[in-house]
Structures are given as structure tokens and as C-alpha cells.
Design a protein around this ligand. Structure first.
Ligand code: AP5
Ligand code: MG
Length: 188
């Protein structure tokens, strides 16, 4: 199974992917985590990547696709993958479709987690106190929300036209959200 999670910052993409990994036994590919691990290295590339993440802007499409393609080539992704926070632009979605088509495979489902903006901001400000993620400050959160609305939200239409979109109310408890996601997975 190959499944894409679409949702604004704080929607619960990472939280729900961790649960699904246990159920589906396929790897969790978070481009946010991958880019943060590039950022931790002390290289010119890491400083370049940090300039995007820390400003709440999207890293360049082809860089992200290259990092994802490297992961997809590994044996552990043979039976599927959970894409968390990727694709994030129509171009990334097309690059992924093309990449998978070359291998004769395709995405099974795109899952949109819907959460109101006020709730997202509260969740992320709360997480800031625990995790200390550099982009969890009010100003950057606002930018990430704006980027989501303008660049990522159009993906729902892209996948709806492919007949792959499912929507889940992400404002319920983590358990309730997970139950709805499992029902969507069963459908596909
Ligand atoms: P990324 O790491 O993907 O961050 P994000 O999209 O901003 O989302 P978050 O990780 O903040 O939220 P989440 O939906 O995973 O929620 P979580 O489960 O943690 O991207 C970071 C940056 O990397 C981007 O800004 C960009 O610069 C770059 N980047 C990444 N991918 C890219 C790409 N494809 N192209 C270009 N650039 C890219 O939950 C949030 C909090 O809420 C947690 O504390 C959690 O405990 C809590 N919570 C979760 N669910 C619930 C619930 N149901 N009820 C109450 N609390 C809940
Ligand atoms: Mg996340």
C-alpha cells in the first residue's frame, strides 16, 4: 500500500503515520524528518536546507524528490510506504506519479486530515514547549499555514480527480482519527 498524508502543520500526520506503521508494516517517509536530518549535518547543503525550514518555506521540489527517490530504492519500501508531508506541491505530486509509473506501481490513496487553524496553532505552540522544533514559533507557524493553503491544499483536487482522495476529521481524539483512517485503508 502506498498512501499520501495531506494536512496542514499540526494536523497529526506524523502522529497517525506512527500508528499506521504498526498496522501496515510499511515504512514511514516523512520529508520533514529527512530534511531536518540533512539540516543537522554541517555542510553547505545543510545550511541551504535550514534556510527554507527555519523560514517555514518549502524546500525545492527536485531536491525533495531526489531524497525521496533514494529512500524508495531501498528494499524496505518494496511493499509500500506512508508518505508524510510529501508531496506538497502539484509538481512534487507529478514527479512522484511519474517515478512510481516507471516502476509500474501507483499510489493507492491520499488522505486529507482536516483541522481548524486555531486548533493547529494551539497544538504547535504546545509542542514547541516540549520538542523545541525551530519552526514551531508563532511567526513561522503562520507562514507554514499560508504555504499549506496556497501550495499544498490544491493537491486535494489533484487526487480527487484521480479518485484517490479520502477526508478525515483530524479534530477528534487521536484514537478516533486512527479508527477513521483504518476504515479508509480498508476501503482501498
Ligand atoms: P514537516 O515536518 O512535514 O512539518 P509540518 O507539515 O509543518 O507538520 P508537523 O510535523 O508540524 O505536523 P504533523 O501534521 O506531523 O502533526 P503531529 O503529528 O506532529 O515539514 C517541516 C518543514 O520541512 C516544512 O515547513 C518545509 O520547510 C520542509 N518540508 C517538508 N516536507 C517538504 C516537501 N515535501 N517539500 C518541500 N519542503 C518540505 O502533531 C502535532 C501536535 O499535535 C503534536 O504535539 C501531537 O501530539 C498533537 N496531536 C496530534 N494529533 C492530535 C489529536 N488528534 N488531538 C490532539 N493533539 C494531537
Ligand atoms: Mg510531522
Amino acid at each position: 500500500m502506498r498512501l499520501v498524508f495531506i494536512g496542514p502543520p499540526g494536523a497529526g500526520k506524523g502522529t497517525q503515520c506512527k500508528r499506521l506503521v504498526e498496522l501496515l508494516k510499511i515504512p514511514h517517509l516523512s520529508t520533514g524528518e529527512m530534511l531536518r536530518s540533512v539540516k543537522r549535518q554541517e555542510t553547505a547543503l545543510s545550511r541551504w536546507v535550514a534556510s527554507y525550514i527555519d523560514a517555514g518555506k518549502l524546500a525545492p521540489d527536485h531536491l525533495v524528490m531526489r531524497i525521496v527517490a533514494q529512500k524508495l530504492q531501498s528494499d524496505e519500501c518494496e511493499n509500500g510506504a506512508l508518505f508524510d508531508g510529501f508531496p506538497r506541491t502539484i509538481i512534487q505530486a507529478q514527479l512522484l506519479d511519474d517515478y512510481l509509473a516507471e516502476q509500474g506501481i501507483r499510489l493507492d490513496m491520499a488522505l486529507e486530515l482536516k483541522v481548524e487553524e486555531e486548533v493547529l496553532i494551539q497544538r504547535l505552540l504546545k509542542r514547541a514547549q516540549i520538542d523545541g522544533r525551530a519552526d514551531d514559533n508563532y511567526e513561522t507557524i503562520r507562514e507554514r499555514l499560508h504555504v499549506f493553503k496556497t501550495q499544498t491544499a490544491p493537491l486535494t483536487e489533484y487526487y480527487e480527480l484521480q479518485g484517490k482522495l479520502e477526508r478525515v476529521n483530524g479534530m477528534q481524539s487521536e484514537e478516533e482519527v486512527f479508527a477513521d483512517i483504518k476504515a479508509c485503508v480498508a476501503k482501498h
